[in-house]
Design a protein around this ligand. Structure first.
Ligand SMILES: [Zn+2]
Length: 383
């Protein structure tokens, strides 16, 4: 059994509308037992989100991108993982938006064969150029092992950060103004709580690596929040566009379409596109910390009408993936990280820590986000 160390202070409570509960220790319930995720969705997301297939906004954005890219080899760049969202984004960009994207792939050393195949199929069928950035494996391995030794929950951070940073660094360096992202409200409007998923804090990455790493990070892609939020957009003119929020994005329909159009293959779970993520989300996080990220995905489905609460609760009762495969993944990951399965087991059962046990920029990032948010609200008011 897992330890659930962080969740001992509160009595267990689950939202009456979705499946989020007090395993997020900061969850807030209103007097009707509805959680802040549900209320935030109702008041802050839904009113500003009107997806439809004839949304004029999509063509307006497309034209802007085409115009800015005139005379250049590519007018935008798309990070492709081989999953539903980014594969469909490539299709939309090329055939509906009539853009000339460069497909950008990051090889972190963990990609499943099925993801690699999907990427090949999408690129070939749409006749797109592809650039693959291979992260230095020795550095990747060293940083990931350092993270396991640090005992924080966010074991996907090194990989996620590499994918994120490599894309934006490449775009800006090569003068590609528009970065198209597959981010979308239909499947991702419920952001996992910060204590479950903590992202893109290079102060934390560097501190953990300094304490537990063995080799220097010379080429590992890094992009701090000041660079990403301020320097890139305001000095370098980088623009981020999320087209999937401008169209009617029905996850199941899109999946069926991808299968038919590309011969695309699905994974057992939306986010299990690589072995590391599968092990991390399906085993490490729920076992060691009691955090089950499926609760966020399922809540997303409930709020956007793709599933009932009862169906979601039933799914949560099943194990994320089979015991045999967990064991297999555990052995495989230990071997790739250069440690024995016993050593890995010891690390997994070590004392749980959080980002607060290390140097971090949490307060600065939060403050910056608040300032930027209030600025863009101000702008809207005066338009
Ligand atoms: Zn809720």
């Amino acid at each position: 059994m897992g330890k659930y160390l962080n969740n001992t202070k509160r009595e267990f409570q689950r939202c009456v509308n979705c499946v989020m509960d007090t395993t997020d220790s900061k969850i807030v319930f209103d007097e009707n037992g509805v959680c802040d995720f549900c209320n935030d969705y109702k008041t802050n997301i839904l009113p500003h989100w009107n997806p439809s297939d004839d949304n004029p906004e999509l063509e307006i954005v497309s034209e802007k991108i085409r115009k800015a890219g005139k005379g250049k080899k590519y007018d935008c760049i798309i990070g492709l993982s081989g999953g539903v969202d980014s594969s469909y984004l490539c299709y939309i960009a090329k055939t509906i938006m009539k853009l000339r994207p460069l497909v950008f792939v990051v090889d972190t050393g963990w990609n499943l064969n099925v993801a690699v195949k999907n990427i090949e199929k999408v690129v070939k069928k749409l006749n797109l150029d592809i650039y693959t950035e291979v992260v230095n494996w020795d550095e990747m391995k060293d940083l990931q092992l350092a993270f396991f030794k640090s005992q924080v929950p966010y074991q996907d951070l090194p990989q996620d950060h590499a994918i994120f940073a490599a894309l934006y660094n490449y775009a800006v360096k090569n003068g590609i103004k528009y970065v198209l992202t597959g981010a979308n409200n239909a499947t991702e409007c419920i952001r996992p709580p910060v204590e479950w998923v903590y992202q893109n804090d290079i102060t934390l990455i560097k501190d953990i690596h300094k304490k537990f790493g063995k080799i220097k990070l010379k080429t590992f892609p890094l992009c701090g929040m000041i660079k990403y939020r301020l320097f890139y957009p305001y000095i370098k003119g980088m623009r981020r566009v999320a087209p999937l929020n401008l169209i009617d994005f029905d996850y199941d329909k899109v999946k069926a379409f991808l299968q038919e159009y590309f011969g695309w293959q699905s994974y057992e779970n939306k986010h299990y596109e690589n072995i590391f993520t599968r092990f991390y989300e399906g085993y490490y996080l729920p076992y060691k910390f009691g955090y089950d990220k499926r609760k966020c995905y399922l809540t997303n489905m409930i709020l956007t009408g793709g599933m009932t609460r009862d169906e979601a609760l039933k799914e949560l009762e099943t194990s994320p993936y089979s015991f045999d495969l967990i064991q297999e993944d555990k052995e495989y990951i230990a071997k790739r990280l250069g440690i024995s399965t016993d050593e890995f087991e010891t690390l997994i059962n070590g004392e749980n820590k959080t980002f607060e046990d290390y140097k971090n920029s949490f307060k600065i990032i939060q403050f910056g986000t608040r300032v930027l948010r209030s600025l863009s609200i101000e702008k809207k008011k005066f338009r």
